[in-house]
Design a protein around this ligand. Structure first.
Ligand SMILES: [Fe+2]
Length: 385
C-alpha cells in the first residue's frame, strides 16, 4: 500500500473495513494484536491479553456434592471397569482444564474393598490424605503403606506406586496433584510397564513386591532430626522426601504441645510437612501443611501469590476469600487462588478446627515470584514476604 493510499484508508471508512480484515487475518494466523488504538475497554489490548482463564475462589461440599457422586460412581463403575475412579475438582474459572487452582487439582476416591490396582508411575507428584476408614492402601517404591484418617502418603515424581483398599471396611481418601503445573510445562509422563528382576531376569508384574518392612518411613525418619546413616536415602526416583508417610497422630502431638502459644496472626498454628533429610518441602513443586484454629480463633486476612487448596479435616467454620463468604465442614475443599485475600474463622467456641492445606509456594519461591501481604487488626496492609 502506498503512503497516499494508507492516508486515504486512514481517513475514510475503508480503514474500519481494513482493520477488521487485519484483525481477522491476525487471529486466523494464530497471533494476537498487541497494541492499543483507543482507551475503550473492548479495544484495550492489555486488558484482553490479561483476560485469560483465572481460577475463582470456590468451595466443593463433601456432604452435598462430592460424597453422593462418589457413592453413585462406586455403584456404577467397578474397579474392573477402570483402574481409576476419582472425582477431580474442576475450578469453574479454569474450564475446560482439569484443575482446582492453576497449578494443582484435588481428587476424591472411594476404592472397592480388598482391591489393589497395578503399579504405575508418573512425572506429576501426588499425595493421598486419608479421610475415612483404616484400610486405605498405597505401595510406594516397595513400601506397603496402610493409612487412616489424617495420614498423608507421598507418591512422588517417578516413584512406582499402587493404590487400593485393604479389608472390607470402606475407605475414602483425597489426593492432591501438581498435574496442571506439569501439564503447563509439557512435562507429563506416565508409565504402566512395571517390572521386577526375578532370578536375574526382568519380568513384567501386576503387583509390587515389598522390599522394606511396613511403616519403614516412620521407623527410619519418624524421630525427626535424627537420621540413620546405614540406609540409602535415595528412594523411588530420588526426587522427593524419602519419608513416604506422615502420620496424623504425630501431627496432633505437635498441636497438643503448642496449642497455648500465640501462633501467627495470619496463619494461626500451621505446621509444614518436610523432607527429614533436607528440611525442605516434600516435593520440589508443591508443599503441604496442617493448620489448627483454636476454638473461636480467626486469622487476619492474608494475600499471597501462592495458590492454595484447603481441606478442612475436623470442625466447622467459614472463610472469606476476596470478600466472598464460604461456610465449610470437614472434608470440603476450598480453592484459594493466588492473589486472593483469605481469612479463616473457627465458628465453634469449644472445638478446634484442623485443616489440610496444599500450596504451590515452592515453585513460586524458586522463580522469585513468592510474595505475601497481611492485613493488621486495624486494616492496614503490610508486605510480609
Ligand atoms: Fe498415580
Amino acid at each position: 500500500m502506498t503512503d497516499a493510499a494508507v492516508k486515504e484508508t486512514n481517513a475514510g471508512s475503508n480503514r474500519d473495513a481494513a482493520l477488521a480484515g487485519l484483525y481477522e487475518d491476525v487471529a486466523n494466523k494464530h497471533m494476537f494484536p498487541f497494541w492499543a488504538t483507543t482507551d475503550d475497554v473492548t479495544n484495550d489490548e492489555v486488558r484482553q491479553l490479561m483476560a485469560t482463564a483465572k481460577a475463582l475462589p470456590y468451595k466443593w461440599s463433601y456432604a452435598d456434592d462430592i460424597e453422593p457422586l462418589l457413592r453413585l460412581s462406586a455403584k456404577l463403575i467397578s474397579m474392573d471397569d477402570s483402574e481409576r475412579r476419582s472425582l477431580i475438582l474442576c475450578n469453574p474459572g479454569l474450564k475446560p482444564r482439569r484443575a482446582s487452582v492453576s497449578t494443582m487439582y484435588t481428587a476424591y476416591r472411594l476404592n472397592d474393598p480388598n482391591e489393589i490396582m497395578p503399579p504405575h508411575k508418573h512425572s506429576p507428584s501426588a499425595i493421598r490424605f486419608g479421610l475415612t476408614g483404616k484400610g486405605n492402601f498405597t505401595g510406594v517404591a516397595g513400601e506397603d503403606i496402610t493409612f487412616g484418617p489424617g495420614d498423608m502418603v507421598l507418591t512422588p515424581n517417578d516413584a512406582w506406586h499402587n493404590h487400593g483398599t485393604i479389608g472390607d471396611e470402606e475407605a475414602v481418601n483425597l489426593s492432591v496433584l501438581d498435574l496442571p503445573l506439569i501439564e503447563t510445562l509439557n512435562a507429563i509422563h506416565f508409565d504402566h510397564e512395571y517390572t521386577e528382576i526375578e532370578n536375574g531376569v526382568t519380568v513384567k508384574k501386576r503387583t509390587q513386591t515389598a522390599n522394606v518392612p511396613d511403616d519403614y518411613s516412620q521407623a527410619i525418619y519418624g524421630a525427626g532430626g535424627m537420621t540413620p546413616r546405614w540406609v540409602d536415602h535415595y528412594r523411588g526416583g530420588g526426587l522427593s522426601s524419602p519419608m513416604y508417610v506422615y502420620r496424623w497422630e504425630r501431627m496432633l502431638e505437635i498441636f497438643d504441645r503448642f496449642r497455648d502459644v500465640e501462633g501467627d496472626p495470619h496463619e494461626a498454628l500451621m505446621v509444614e510437612y518436610t523432607d527429614p533429610t533436607r528440611g525442605e518441602p516434600v516435593f520440589k513443586t508443591i508443599t503441604f501443611f496442617a493448620q489448627m484454629l483454636r476454638p473461636g480463633e480467626k486469622t487476619l486476612p492474608l494475600r499471597q501469590t501462592a495458590s492454595l487448596l484447603v481441606a478442612p479435616f475436623e470442625g466447622k467454620g467459614h472463610s472469606i476469600i476476596d470478600g466472598e463468604r464460604f461456610d465449610w465442614n470437614a472434608f470440603d475443599t476450598l480453592a484459594v487462588p493466588g492473589g486472593a485475600w483469605c481469612e479463616h474463622h473457627n465458628d465453634s467456641d469449644t472445638d478446634p478446627v484442623y485443616m489440610f492445606v496444599a500450596s504451590d509456594e515452592p515453585t513460586l519461591k524458586k522463580l522469585a515470584l513468592y510474595k505475601s501481604w497481611g492485613q493488621t487488626a486495624d486494616g492496614d496492609i503490610t508486605r510480609l514476604l
